[in-house]
Design a protein around this ligand. Structure first.
Ligand SMILES: *Cc1c(COP(=O)(O)O)cnc(C)c1O
Length: 367
């Protein structure tokens, strides 16, 4: 069988060029050699996030960045507006709740996206809100939120727009500074084509000003300490040396291609997958589809778990089931990062067709 292909919304396939860097002999982190790597990755991260503000890297999964953004920028007494339309929006909301904040939860049915007007209204009804929490690509439903239009309502106000772009970064367009987004979160194992283990938080001036006023306890994920160390091309604690050297390569690959082209490639592959699915008469779950993944609704009587098993065992193609109430009901066909190419999408589609035939789909399915 061919090498297995991860068409999951994290982890994604890691190109050999990047993987090789994780196998280099270890070096010490308090050295000129490693400082040069840190200096380069910090500069290149800004080019990928499209910001002139610092982008911090932590050794953690994406959730670490979510929690750190709450503990470093907010206080327990703050009112926080959470916009959630899926599992990931709910997680961000629940982290804020776990710190005892006054969380106003605005929710949309799964599959739908908030409109900018709904965010504007939410803000008008909660003028004291210190922050807005929202997901860029809501990975559980394949929905993308209109962050650019939403930022128009927040950029000239004190409220912080905090965007979980963990699966959206380097898949769906995101221009932190041009749009005026205050906080952008990312993770290594999605569009950045890296193994899991690194989490990122970018903070603009408004967000940096909030750091000093935050009173929640923190130690490992302390933004003030992290930013101070970054100025000296250093880290407060032992960094994930191997992953950071791999990141150096991943960022070089993205910048060689150019972010515009990376986004275009994702748009093209997303379009290909959507059209193929529609040609089978299948319906898509997302009403505002992300370019990073496509969620396909299973016809009556077909459990997505069975189809996913056929793809994995018979074809070495790995896709994700729905989460929570969507389990068994949708297949999430991710096309993010390095596997976002037409040949990989075609391989995924061929496996999908075979799996649908074998699990009892009645319509004529042929690749
Ligand atoms: C993957 C993901 C996360 C973080 O998940 P971890 O398992 O902690 O890396 C957060 N938000 C979104 C939207 C994601 O897709």
């Amino acid at each position: 069988m061919k090498e297995s292909l991860l068409l999951t919304p994290g982890p994604t396939n890691v190109p050999k060029r990047i993987l090789d860097k994780t196998a280099l002999p270890m070096i010490h982190h308090r050295t000129k050699e490693f400082q040069a790597v840190l200096e380069r990755v910090n500069a290149n991260l800004q080019k990928v996030f499209l910001t002139r503000h610092p982008v911090m890297t932590f050794a953690a999964s994406g959730t670490g960045a979510m929690e750190a953004s709450i503990t470093n920028l907010l206080c327990q007494s703050d009112t926080v507006l959470s916009f959630s339309a899926g599992k990931w929006g709910e997680r961000y909301r629940d982290i804020a709740k776990s710190y005892g904040m006054d969380v106003k939860s605005l929710e949309k049915p799964y599959g739908e996206a908030f409109t900018p007007q709904e965010v504007e209204r939410g803000l008008a009804e909660n003028p004291k809100a210190k922050a807005i929490l929202i997901t860029h690509c809501e990975t559980s439903t394949a929905v993308t939120h209109p962050i650019e239009a939403i930022a128009k309502f927040t950029r000239d106000k004190p409220v912080l727009l905090m965007v979980d772009a963990i699966s959206g970064l380097a898949c769906d367009p995101l221009r932190m500074d041009d749009w005026g987004v205050d906080v952008v979160l990312a993770g290594s194992q999605k569009g950045l084509m890296l193994p899991p283990g690194l989490a990122y938080v970018a903070v603009n001036d408004k967000a940096q000003a909030a750091i000093a006023g935050s009173q929640l306890p923190k130690y490992y994920f302390d933004f003030a300490e992290t930013l101070k160390a970054m100025k000296k091309n250093d880290t407060p604690f032992t960094p994930a040396v191997s992953l950071i050297r791999a990141m150096d390569e991943a960022l070089a690959m993205l910048l060689e291609e150019g972010m515009e082209n990376v986004w275009k490639r994702h748009a093209q592959v997303a379009d290909f997958v959507k059209k193929k699915m529609q040609s089978l008469g299948l319906k898509l779950f997302s009403k505002a589809p992300s370019n990073g993944l496509t969620a396909i609704i299973m016809p009556d009587g077909i459990d997505s778990g069975n189809a996913i098993k056929v793809m994995r065992d018979g074809h070495g193609v790995v896709m994700a089931d729905g989460q929570g109430e969507l389990k068994g009901k949708i297949v999430r066909f991710a096309h993010m990062g390095a596997a976002c190419t037409l040949p990989d999408a075609q391989r995924g589609f061929d496996a999908f067709c075979d799996a649908m035939n074998k699990t009892g789909f009645k319509a004529p399915v042929h690749a």
